[in-house]
Design a binder for this molecule. Structure first.
Ligand code: GUN
Length: 377
C-alpha cells in the first residue's frame, strides 16, 4: 500500500522520517513507538519535502480516522471487534480438537438474576457469542426477588451437572444477595469468571490461573497491538475487584515467574484520589487504563503525548439536544485521541474482546487446563 504524503504519521515521526529522507532514498523507521510496528519504508525522494511511504506492517493507515469535527485523530484506534474475531477463530479451531477427543462441545451456563437492562444485553451477547463459536450454552433466569439460598441451590445443581463445564453468574446482583458468597459458591473447576476467592488468591501468588475476562481482554489487546508494558508506567483509574485490581496485580507481576506478568510500574487511582494527584498520575503514564464508569473523566489535558489509553468504562450518556442516550466510556475520545498513540473506542473496544475471552476461558475449563491445580474448600 503506498500513501502519498505523511499526513497520517505522528508529527515527530514525520520530522524524523524527513530528516532521514534527506540522506537516504530508502528509510526504515523503527525509532518511534507509534510507527515501530508499522515498518514504514520510504519509496522515493519527494519534491515537496514530503515523502511517499510504503506500509509493510500490520497496521493500516486507513484505521486512523477523522472525527466529526474534522480534527485529526492521531491515535491508532484499536479495533476490539477484529481482535475479538481473531480470538473467536482460535477458540473455534481448538474446540474442534476437543470435540474430536471427547465427543461433545464445551458448555457454558449463565445465571441472570433480575431484569437489569445492561445485564440482559451482556448475557445476550455472551450466549450469542457461544453459539457462533460452537459452545453450548444455557441461560438460567431468576427473578430479582430470588432468595440467596435459592440462588446458591441453583449454582449447586450446576456444579454437580457433569455436562456443564463453565458457570457464570452475571453481576451485579440485587442488594439482598452477597456477591462474595455467590462467587465462592461456583465450584473452582467451573468458575469461568475467575472470581472465586481461590482464583483471586492465585493471582496474587504468581500462579497461572483462570483470569477474569475483562482483565484478560485488556492484556490480550495490549499483547496483540504490540504495546509493551515492561518498564512502563501504567496508571489504573478505578479499583474494582474484578477489573482494575486484578489488572494491577497482573501488570506489576514478574514475567519471569508468570507468563502474563507485565513487569510494569503500576499506580492505582480511585474516588478518593484528589483530582490533582489523578492528573499527575495520568500525565506521567505511558499506559492509562480506566474503568470507573464516569463519562469524560479522562480528558486530553490529563494525558501525555504518545500514551496508550485503554477505556474499560461503560455507561450511558444522555444527550439533551437529541434526546437520545448512547454508550460511552471514561475517556474523552476526541480530546485524548489527539495525543495518544493508541486508544480503544467505546463501544467496539474492550467489550467484544471480553466476550471472546469468556469463550476462551470456557474452552480452557472444558479442556481441563487447570485440572492439576488443587481445589480448596
Ligand atoms: N458484569 C459485568 N462484567 C461482568 C463479568 O465479566 N462477569 C460477570 N459475571 N458479571 C459481569
Amino acid at each position: 500500500m503506498t500513501v502519498a504524503g505523511v499526513a497520517c504519521i505522528c508529527v515527530s515521526a514525520r520530522i524524523h522520517l524527513q530528516k532521514l529522507s534527506s540522506k537516504y532514498q530508502h528509510v526504515k523507521c523503527f525509532h518511534h513507538q507509534c510507527c515501530a510496528r508499522r515498518n514504514f519504508v520510504s519509496q522515493e525522494k519527494p519534491n515537496s519535502g514530503q515523502i511517499n511511504v510504503t506500509l509493510t506492517g500490520l497496521v493500516s493507515v486507513s484505521r486512523r480516522h477523522f472525527h466529526k469535527t474534522q480534527r485529526r485523530c492521531l491515535a491508532q484506534v484499536i479495533d476490539g471487534r477484529s481482535i475479538s474475531a481473531e480470538v473467536h477463530n482460535e477458540v473455534k479451531a481448538d474446540l474442534q480438537t476437543l470435540v474430536t477427543e471427547r465427543g461433545r462441545p464445551p458448555s457454558l451456563s449463565v445465571i441472570l438474576v433480575g431484569e437489569d437492562p445492561a445485564s440482559q444485553i451482556y448475557v445476550r451477547n455472551k450466549v450469542k457469542a457461544a453459539s457462533l463459536t460452537g459452545i453450548q450454552s444455557e441461560e438460567v433466569k431468576l427473578p430479582a426477588s430470588v432468595s440467596q439460598t435459592d440462588l446458591l441451590t441453583t449454582i449447586q445443581h450446576l456444579n454437580l451437572r457433569t455436562e456443564v463445564d463453565a458457570i457464570l453468574v452475571q453481576l451485579p446482583l440485587p442488594p439482598h444477595i452477597e456477591e462474595r458468597v455467590v462467587c465462592d459458591a461456583v465450584t473452582q473447576s467451573k468458575d469461568v469468571d475467575g472470581f472465586h476467592v481461590v482464583h483471586m488468591g492465585r493471582l496474587l501468588s504468581d500462579v497461572d490461573t483462570i483470569l477474569p475476562c475483562t482483565p484478560a481482554a485488556v492484556l490480550e489487546i495490549l499483547r496483540r497491538t504490540g504495546i509493551e508494558t515492561c518498564g512502563k508506567k501504567v496508571t489504573l483509574v478505578g479499583r474494582s475487584k474484578h477489573v482494575c485490581l486484578p489488572l494491577a496485580i497482573l501488570l506489576q507481576a514478574d514475567r519471569s515467574k508468570l507468563p502474563t506478568g507485565g513487569d510494569a510500574t503500576v499506580t492505582i487511582c480511585h474516588r478518593n484520589t484528589p483530582q490533582e494527584l489523578l492528573t499527575q498520575s495520568t500525565q506521567s503514564a505511558d499506559i492509562i487504563i480506566s474503568g470507573t464508569g464516569i463519562p469524560r473523566l479522562i480528558t486530553g489535558d490529563m494525558v501525555k503525548e504518545g500514551v496508550a489509553v485503554i477505556d474499560v468504562g461503560f455507561s450511558m450518556s444522555y444527550n439533551h439536544d437529541t434526546g437520545k442516550s448512547k454508550l460511552v466510556g471514561d475517556v474523552d475520545f476526541e480530546g485524548v485521541s489527539q495525543k495518544a498513540t493508541y486508544i480503544t473506542p467505546v463501544p467496539g473496544g474492550v467489550g467484544p474482546v471480553t466476550v471472546a475471552m469468556l469463550m476462551k476461558n470456557t474452552l480452557r475449563l472444558a479442556r481441563g487446563d487447570f485440572r492439576t491445580l488443587p481445589v480448596y474448600m
